[in-house]
Design a protein. Structure first.
Length: 241
Protein backbone atom coordinates (compact mmCIF):
# COMPACT_ATOMS: atom_id res chain seq x y z
CA UNK A 1 0.00 0.00 0.00
CA UNK A 2 1.57 3.27 -1.14
CA UNK A 3 0.90 6.20 1.19
CA UNK A 4 1.15 9.74 -0.12
CA UNK A 5 1.93 12.09 2.81
CA UNK A 6 -0.27 15.20 2.75
CA UNK A 7 -0.50 18.44 4.67
CA UNK A 8 -3.73 20.09 5.81
CA UNK A 9 -3.30 22.60 2.96
CA UNK A 10 -3.61 19.70 0.50
CA UNK A 11 -6.92 18.54 1.98
CA UNK A 12 -10.44 19.95 2.34
CA UNK A 13 -11.10 21.78 5.56
CA UNK A 14 -11.76 19.45 8.50
CA UNK A 15 -10.35 16.35 6.79
CA UNK A 16 -9.99 13.47 9.22
CA UNK A 17 -12.61 14.71 11.69
CA UNK A 18 -15.92 13.88 10.02
CA UNK A 19 -18.21 10.89 10.18
CA UNK A 20 -20.03 9.21 7.32
CA UNK A 21 -20.97 11.80 4.68
CA UNK A 22 -22.65 11.00 1.35
CA UNK A 23 -20.75 12.50 -1.63
CA UNK A 24 -22.61 15.18 -3.62
CA UNK A 25 -22.62 14.79 -7.42
CA UNK A 26 -20.52 17.52 -9.05
CA UNK A 27 -18.75 18.40 -12.28
CA UNK A 28 -15.64 20.38 -13.15
CA UNK A 29 -14.34 21.63 -16.50
CA UNK A 30 -10.66 21.70 -17.45
CA UNK A 31 -10.20 24.17 -20.30
CA UNK A 32 -7.22 23.64 -22.61
CA UNK A 33 -5.86 26.66 -24.51
CA UNK A 34 -3.00 26.81 -27.01
CA UNK A 35 -0.04 24.54 -27.72
CA UNK A 36 1.86 23.78 -25.56
CA UNK A 37 -1.46 23.95 -23.77
CA UNK A 38 -2.34 25.89 -20.67
CA UNK A 39 -5.25 25.16 -18.35
CA UNK A 40 -7.60 27.60 -16.65
CA UNK A 41 -7.39 27.57 -12.86
CA UNK A 42 -9.29 29.56 -10.26
CA UNK A 43 -8.24 30.58 -6.75
CA UNK A 44 -11.06 29.99 -4.32
CA UNK A 45 -12.22 32.66 -1.92
CA UNK A 46 -10.64 32.51 1.54
CA UNK A 47 -14.12 32.29 3.07
CA UNK A 48 -15.06 29.19 1.04
CA UNK A 49 -16.24 26.24 3.08
CA UNK A 50 -14.40 23.82 0.77
CA UNK A 51 -10.62 24.18 0.17
CA UNK A 52 -10.48 27.96 0.83
CA UNK A 53 -7.61 29.72 -0.93
CA UNK A 54 -6.76 26.72 -3.09
CA UNK A 55 -6.36 26.83 -6.86
CA UNK A 56 -8.89 24.54 -8.55
CA UNK A 57 -10.61 23.94 -11.86
CA UNK A 58 -13.99 25.69 -12.24
CA UNK A 59 -16.88 23.50 -11.16
CA UNK A 60 -19.53 22.74 -8.59
CA UNK A 61 -22.45 20.62 -7.50
CA UNK A 62 -25.22 19.42 -9.80
CA UNK A 63 -28.52 21.14 -9.23
CA UNK A 64 -32.08 20.74 -10.42
CA UNK A 65 -31.55 23.06 -13.39
CA UNK A 66 -28.85 20.75 -14.78
CA UNK A 67 -31.07 17.70 -14.63
CA UNK A 68 -33.99 19.62 -16.11
CA UNK A 69 -31.79 20.79 -19.00
CA UNK A 70 -30.52 17.24 -19.55
CA UNK A 71 -34.05 15.86 -19.84
CA UNK A 72 -34.17 12.27 -21.04
CA UNK A 73 -30.44 12.23 -21.87
CA UNK A 74 -29.66 11.24 -18.30
CA UNK A 75 -26.85 11.73 -15.80
CA UNK A 76 -23.95 12.05 -18.25
CA UNK A 77 -25.63 15.02 -19.93
CA UNK A 78 -26.53 16.51 -16.54
CA UNK A 79 -22.89 16.36 -15.40
CA UNK A 80 -21.70 17.99 -18.62
CA UNK A 81 -24.33 20.72 -18.45
CA UNK A 82 -23.39 21.35 -14.83
CA UNK A 83 -19.78 21.88 -15.92
CA UNK A 84 -20.86 24.37 -18.62
CA UNK A 85 -23.07 26.25 -16.15
CA UNK A 86 -20.47 26.41 -13.40
CA UNK A 87 -17.85 27.63 -15.86
CA UNK A 88 -20.11 30.50 -16.85
CA UNK A 89 -21.02 31.38 -13.27
CA UNK A 90 -17.47 31.30 -11.90
CA UNK A 91 -15.43 32.64 -14.83
CA UNK A 92 -17.85 34.37 -17.22
CA UNK A 93 -16.79 32.04 -20.04
CA UNK A 94 -19.62 30.66 -22.18
CA UNK A 95 -18.74 27.72 -24.41
CA UNK A 96 -22.30 27.16 -25.59
CA UNK A 97 -23.73 28.35 -28.88
CA UNK A 98 -25.65 31.52 -29.62
CA UNK A 99 -24.77 35.18 -29.73
CA UNK A 100 -25.94 36.11 -26.23
CA UNK A 101 -23.64 38.28 -24.12
CA UNK A 102 -21.86 36.06 -21.55
CA UNK A 103 -22.01 38.94 -19.06
CA UNK A 104 -25.79 39.01 -19.31
CA UNK A 105 -26.05 35.22 -19.16
CA UNK A 106 -23.90 35.13 -16.06
CA UNK A 107 -25.92 37.88 -14.39
CA UNK A 108 -29.13 35.99 -15.11
CA UNK A 109 -27.77 32.85 -13.45
CA UNK A 110 -26.54 34.74 -10.41
CA UNK A 111 -30.01 36.23 -9.99
CA UNK A 112 -31.82 32.92 -10.53
CA UNK A 113 -29.99 29.63 -11.16
CA UNK A 114 -33.20 28.03 -12.43
CA UNK A 115 -32.99 30.24 -15.51
CA UNK A 116 -30.38 27.87 -16.86
CA UNK A 117 -33.20 25.99 -18.57
CA UNK A 118 -33.58 29.03 -20.84
CA UNK A 119 -29.97 28.56 -21.94
CA UNK A 120 -30.23 24.79 -22.31
CA UNK A 121 -30.28 24.69 -26.11
CA UNK A 122 -27.10 26.75 -26.36
CA UNK A 123 -25.43 24.77 -23.59
CA UNK A 124 -26.31 21.41 -25.16
CA UNK A 125 -24.62 22.49 -28.38
CA UNK A 126 -21.31 22.50 -26.48
CA UNK A 127 -21.58 18.95 -25.15
CA UNK A 128 -19.88 17.43 -28.18
CA UNK A 129 -16.75 19.39 -27.24
CA UNK A 130 -16.55 17.95 -23.74
CA UNK A 131 -14.53 14.80 -23.09
CA UNK A 132 -14.65 12.97 -19.73
CA UNK A 133 -11.23 12.94 -18.07
CA UNK A 134 -11.43 11.45 -14.57
CA UNK A 135 -13.93 11.03 -11.75
CA UNK A 136 -12.77 11.78 -8.20
CA UNK A 137 -14.66 10.91 -5.02
CA UNK A 138 -13.68 12.89 -1.90
CA UNK A 139 -12.44 10.42 0.74
CA UNK A 140 -14.42 9.50 3.84
CA UNK A 141 -13.52 11.54 6.90
CA UNK A 142 -14.10 14.89 5.15
CA UNK A 143 -17.08 17.03 6.27
CA UNK A 144 -18.06 17.94 2.70
CA UNK A 145 -17.63 15.24 0.06
CA UNK A 146 -18.09 15.35 -3.71
CA UNK A 147 -18.33 12.79 -6.47
CA UNK A 148 -16.85 14.95 -9.24
CA UNK A 149 -16.62 14.24 -12.94
CA UNK A 150 -13.79 16.22 -14.52
CA UNK A 151 -14.21 16.98 -18.22
CA UNK A 152 -11.88 18.48 -20.84
CA UNK A 153 -12.66 21.09 -23.48
CA UNK A 154 -10.35 22.82 -25.95
CA UNK A 155 -10.97 26.56 -26.41
CA UNK A 156 -9.62 29.30 -28.68
CA UNK A 157 -6.42 31.20 -27.85
CA UNK A 158 -8.40 34.38 -27.18
CA UNK A 159 -10.64 32.82 -24.54
CA UNK A 160 -10.53 34.73 -21.26
CA UNK A 161 -12.73 35.32 -18.25
CA UNK A 162 -13.13 37.11 -14.94
CA UNK A 163 -13.63 35.65 -11.45
CA UNK A 164 -17.06 36.02 -9.90
CA UNK A 165 -15.50 37.34 -6.64
CA UNK A 166 -17.74 34.97 -4.65
CA UNK A 167 -16.53 31.44 -5.35
CA UNK A 168 -13.29 32.54 -6.98
CA UNK A 169 -11.13 35.66 -6.66
CA UNK A 170 -8.46 35.07 -9.31
CA UNK A 171 -8.08 33.24 -12.63
CA UNK A 172 -4.89 32.09 -14.32
CA UNK A 173 -4.00 30.30 -17.56
CA UNK A 174 -1.03 28.15 -16.68
CA UNK A 175 0.86 25.13 -17.98
CA UNK A 176 0.30 22.10 -15.72
CA UNK A 177 4.03 21.69 -15.05
CA UNK A 178 4.29 25.36 -14.03
CA UNK A 179 1.36 25.00 -11.61
CA UNK A 180 3.09 22.04 -10.00
CA UNK A 181 6.33 24.01 -9.73
CA UNK A 182 4.50 26.90 -8.06
CA UNK A 183 2.93 24.45 -5.63
CA UNK A 184 6.35 23.13 -4.71
CA UNK A 185 7.73 26.63 -4.06
CA UNK A 186 4.67 27.52 -1.98
CA UNK A 187 3.17 30.19 -4.24
CA UNK A 188 0.15 28.16 -5.39
CA UNK A 189 -1.92 26.13 -2.94
CA UNK A 190 -3.16 22.89 -4.49
CA UNK A 191 -5.09 20.02 -2.96
CA UNK A 192 -4.09 16.39 -3.49
CA UNK A 193 -6.58 15.60 -6.25
CA UNK A 194 -5.61 18.70 -8.24
CA UNK A 195 -1.93 17.83 -7.93
CA UNK A 196 -2.53 14.34 -9.26
CA UNK A 197 -4.68 15.65 -12.11
CA UNK A 198 -2.03 18.21 -13.06
CA UNK A 199 0.64 15.50 -13.11
CA UNK A 200 -1.44 13.50 -15.55
CA UNK A 201 -2.09 16.56 -17.72
CA UNK A 202 1.62 17.44 -17.70
CA UNK A 203 2.50 14.00 -19.10
CA UNK A 204 0.88 14.90 -22.44
CA UNK A 205 2.76 16.94 -25.02
CA UNK A 206 -0.33 18.41 -26.65
CA UNK A 207 -3.99 19.09 -26.02
CA UNK A 208 -4.83 17.04 -29.10
CA UNK A 209 -3.06 13.92 -27.79
CA UNK A 210 -4.63 14.38 -24.34
CA UNK A 211 -8.16 14.67 -25.70
CA UNK A 212 -7.65 11.76 -28.10
CA UNK A 213 -6.35 9.53 -25.30
CA UNK A 214 -9.26 10.33 -22.99
CA UNK A 215 -11.86 9.92 -25.73
CA UNK A 216 -10.67 6.39 -26.48
CA UNK A 217 -10.84 4.89 -22.97
CA UNK A 218 -13.22 4.38 -20.09
CA UNK A 219 -13.22 7.20 -17.55
CA UNK A 220 -11.02 6.29 -14.56
CA UNK A 221 -12.63 6.53 -11.12
CA UNK A 222 -10.33 7.70 -8.34
CA UNK A 223 -11.33 6.71 -4.81
CA UNK A 224 -8.70 8.17 -2.48
CA UNK A 225 -8.59 6.89 1.10
CA UNK A 226 -7.57 9.24 3.91
CA UNK A 227 -5.32 7.59 6.49
CA UNK A 228 -4.57 9.25 9.84
CA UNK A 229 -1.82 7.67 11.93
CA UNK A 230 -0.32 9.30 15.01
CA UNK A 231 -1.63 12.66 13.87
CA UNK A 232 -0.07 12.36 10.43
CA UNK A 233 -2.25 12.27 7.33
CA UNK A 234 -1.70 10.49 4.05
CA UNK A 235 -3.71 9.52 1.00
CA UNK A 236 -3.86 6.06 -0.50
CA UNK A 237 -5.18 5.54 -4.01
CA UNK A 238 -6.29 1.87 -4.21
CA UNK A 239 -6.25 1.98 -8.02
CA UNK A 240 -2.51 2.73 -7.92
CA UNK A 241 -1.80 -0.59 -6.21
Amino acid sequence: MTKNPVTDAMLPKGAGSAGDVVPVPAASLILLRGEPFKVLMMRRHESSSFVPGAWVFPGGALDAADRTAAGDDGEDAAYALCAVRELLEETGIWIGSGDADPVELRRALVDDASRFHEMAAGARAALGRLVPFERWITPAGVPKRYDTLFLLAKVDEGTSGTPDEREGVELAWIRPADALARNRDGSMQLVFATIRILRTLASFESAASLVASCASRATPVRRPVLVVEEGRKSIVLPEDE
